[in-house]
Design a binder for this molecule. Structure first.
Ligand code: GBH
Length: 484
């Protein structure tokens, strides 16, 4: 174990919010219980087992039946906060604004929220972590129908604020709308699996659908946030934000101004796509307009007015890794969603962005994390909560429980990323909280029960949970970094 770190850099405020994060579909199971309706991930995994490693979320970590045990884990780890997501189709099984509310679903999340509060842990609730009610996809195309879906999402959000907002003071509208748009509708590797570039997909139009879906997500988010601001915040007094994902990009050749532009453009295609409308009530970033033209749906004056009413209290940042961006000299392809750049894990002289981890796309790059925090804070000016950060240790997916719990690598990852937060705070960035991904090993979406991001080892045969060393250590890592 990383032992106590008296020399760790100090700077976290004493009221720093910290804890662990999960998502409903990745842990709950109990998919046919308590009146829950199917979501697009149920359908995707059951119909396309060859695309999802033959697994599904029917049982997952069985959190639906192991609620008390999981709450006790959080208490044992000393967490101050817990980020969970609500399954829309547990609350409104058919999803729509005229469809019935499912009281059993409400009761489940009430037990969860009350169980957290009884243990002194603040709930942080994400309304949408990728699990659209299947009925809405069937009824009108789900996220492809900008006008319909925002009304249904607005009603779902209202039910959540009404029923849980007396005890829940922290709301996140959407998790990673970039993934929803690109993975779901451009490359087709996530539900509902639509793509015209991925041979495994029967339907989709990668040149148009992701941009439409993103607008639907942005307007749905705006409806929920403006509703909260107008009707709930004045009495409930909570805060609301969104969680955006993405890597930080460095220029591949630091001497080439075109690579500097490429790195910046790549990040605008990732973060600005959502943050410009959501945080600044502005159109998409200029480089996106320049490349995509009117394939990017415009915002009307009425929509911009709604975005202005959807003032956010914080920027939720999911951060894992960084990459290098190299400019391309050819014209952007119609299917491009990256800003016409190559993404590389090493620079022009072969220096890698970081050492390998237990998954191919993640290399720890804490110094880049610090730069990312500075860049985002300068652009959007909101307090930042890290709503996800974590990694699998090298080879962990093949390890026994006994090996996996000795997660030195993960402890080092947490420690160096906490140091980067302290650094960013010294640079003037307001970083107000940190959630490690994830409370437990869980369903890594289409990759199945393979890569382990948890601080708790999950035995998928017995569903036994075993704390890894990092779980027990995170609290002191954070306290060692608090200014006294
Ligand atoms: C988070 O997304 C999710 O919110 C969470 O549910 C998930 O369990 C966690 O990450 C761990 O993966 O090489 O083309 O496959 C983070 C976004 C999405 C970033 C996948 C890296 C790999 C792209 N990640 N992406 S690819």
């Amino acid at each position: 174990m990383v032992s106590s770190e008296p020399d760790a850099p100090k700077g976290l405020p004493s009221n720093f919010v910290w804890g662990f994060a999960t998502a409903a579909y990745q842990i709950e199971g109990g998919v046919n219980e308590g009146g829950r309706g199917p979501c697009i991930w149920d359908k995707f995994m059951h119909l396309e087992p060859s695309r999802t490693n033959g697994v599904n979320g029917d049982v997952a970590c069985d959190h639906y039946h192991k609620l008390e045990e999981d709450l006790d884990l959080l208490a044992k780890y000393g967490a101050r906060a817990y980020r969970l997501s609500i399954a829309w189709s547990r609350i409104i099984p058919l999803g729509g604004r005229h469809d019935p509310v499912n009281e059993e679903g409400i009761a489940f999340y009430n037990s969860l929220i009350n169980g957290l509060l009884a243990r002194g842990i603040q709930p942080w609730i994400t309304l949408y972590h990728w699990d659209l009610p299947q009925a809405l996809h069937d009824r009108y195309g789900g996220w492809l129908n900008v006008e319909e879906v925002q009304k249904d999402f607005g009603r779902y959000a209202r039910v959540c604020f009404e029923r849980f907002g007396d005890r829940t003071k922290n709301w996140i509208t959407l998790n990673e709308p970039w993934i929803v748009s690109i993975h779901g509708y451009s490359i087709g590797i996530d539900a509902p699996g639509r793509s015209s570039t991925n041979k495994l997909c029967a339907e989709g139009d990668s040149t148009r659908e992701p941009w439409i879906v993103a607008k639907a997500l942005i307007m749905s988010h705006a409806r929920a946030a403006s509703l909260y601001n107008k009707e709930f915040k004045p009495t409930q007094g909570g805060s609301i934000g969104v969680s955006l994902s993405g890597d930080y990009f460095e220029p591949w050749d630091p001497e080439d101004p075109r690579d500097h532009e490429a790195a910046e453009r790549r990040m605008e295609f990732q973060f600005g796509w959502f943050a410009n409308p959501m945080m600044l009530a502005q159109d998409y970033p200029a480089p996106m307009r320049a490349q995509l033209g009117d394939r990017l749906p415009a915002f009307t004056d009425v929509e911009l007015a709604l975005l202005r009413e959807a003032q956010l209290d914080f920027y939720g940042m999911n951060y894992y890794t960084a990459q290098f961006a190299r400019h391309r000299s050819t014209l952007a392809e119609e299917i491009d969603y990256k800003g016409n750049v190559d993404e590389l894990s090493q620079n022009n002289v072969g220096v890698p962005i970081g050492e390998p981890s237990g998954i191919w796309w993640l290399r720890p790059a804490p110094e880049r994390f610090r730069k990312h925090l500075v860049r985002i804070y300068k652009k959007y000016g909101k307090p930042i909560y890290i709503t996800e950060n974590g990694c699998p240790c090298p080879g962990e997916e093949k390890m026994s429980k006994e090996e996996s719990v000795k997660d030195e690598y993960r402890q080092r990852y947490f420690a160096t990323h906490l140091d980067a937060i302290v650094g960013a705070i010294q640079d003037g960035v307001e970083v107000a909280g940190y959630f490690a991904w994830s409370l437990m090993d869980n369903l890594e979406w289409g990759l199945g029960y393979s890569y382990r991001f948890g601080v708790t080892f999950t035995d998928y045969e017995t569903l036994e949970r075993t704390p890894k060393e990092s779980a027990l250590k995170l609290r002191s890592m954070i306290e060692d970094r608090m200014s006294t």
